[in-house]
Design a protein around this ligand. Structure first.
Ligand SMILES: [Zn+2]
Length: 292
């Protein structure tokens, strides 16, 4: 599908509900990314999404699992000990992916400052991921386009996304990782690509292969993890310059092929020695590339 390029400002989904004070980077960093967007990219509009609702979530998760997540007496969340603010965070950031898809279908590009998505499978949450907003976003896009590509450049594989969508013939998955956590079985080579990169000098070529694999899709969902960066939890040698070039190539590819695209933040951690502010600055590279 070719979309008419829009001149309207890039709209990125975020609300203060995304962020909680204490917890893993998954739920704390979006506030800093939002602040950095306001400070450094004033042309970008931050818009609050409609939180995800149980009915739409039952398209991607088993009802019994959702009952556990929403448990009235305190359910179970993969991202931390259950609390009202944490559930609000998960629902807001999951809804943000759906709204980013809607916006990208209208204007060509959008995003959401969401994390904690791609490890969540149909009946489980793991690796800080409770609900799979990528799967929700893909099904949302498929209401309007025939085929969706999910590009997952988080440092870890998106086994949860594959669990929910690998059998769906309308979805193409391209997953480039630097560690083998949550590796899934790419059983259909026409639609599935899962590649692990162990040498930084080969990283961008793997990104190019992933993009080539997605040629022909009518919508791109991009899981823009920063944990591939050597100092954000990933592969030594993948630095700011490589990340900047990665984001440029993704956006350039979408533009060249006329494919509407929506991004989410995904992983990015302090393990490798960065501060949370520096992790947020890395995520800003994605927003900057989409806003360019
Ligand atoms: Zn990750």
């Amino acid at each position: 599908m070719n979309t008419t390029p829009s001149r309207r400002a890039l709209r990125v989904h975020y609300s203060d509900d995304y962020a909680v004070e204490k917890g893993p980077e998954t739920v704390t960093k979006s506030r800093l990314v939002a602040e950095a967007v306001r400070r450094e990219l004033p042309q970008v509009r931050l818009v609050a999404p409609r939180p995800a609702e149980i009915e739409e979530l039952s398209r991607i998760h088993d009802r019994s699992y959702l009952d556990r997540v929403f448990g009235a007496q305190g359910g179970s969340l993969a991202v931390g000990t259950w609390s009202e603010p944490l559930l609000r965070s998960v629902l807001a950031s999951t809804g943000g992916v759906r709204d980013a898809v809607d916006e990208a279908l209208e204007s060509g590009r959008s995003g959401s400052l969401s994390s904690g998505l791609h490890h969540a499978g149909r009946s489980y949450g793991t690796g800080y991921c409770t609900l799979n907003g990528l799967a929700l976003g893909a099904l949302r896009a498929l209401e309007r386009v025939p085929e969706v590509g999910i590009l997952d450049l988080d440092a870890h594989f998106g086994g949860g996304t594959a669990d929910i969508l690998a059998a769906d013939g309308r979805v193409r998955l391209a997953d480039v990782s630097v560690v083998d956590f949550d590796l899934w079985n790419p059983s259909d080579p026409k639609r599935h690509l899962a590649e692990i990169v162990r040498q930084p000098g080969r990283y961008l070529r793997a990104v190019d292969r992933a993009l080539s694999h997605l040629k022909g899709v009518a919508f791109l969902l991009y899981n823009a993890g920063m944990d591939a960066h050597g100092r954000a939890g990933g592969l030594e040698g993948v630095d700011n310059e490589v990340i900047r070039e990665r984001e440029r190539r993704v956006v350039e590819w979408a533009q060249r092929h006329g494919v509407p695209a929506a991004f989410v933040l995904a992983g990015g951690y302090k393990w490798g020695g960065l501060t949370l502010e520096q992790v947020a600055e890395l995520h800003l590279e994605t927003v900057r590339a989409f806003a360019a």
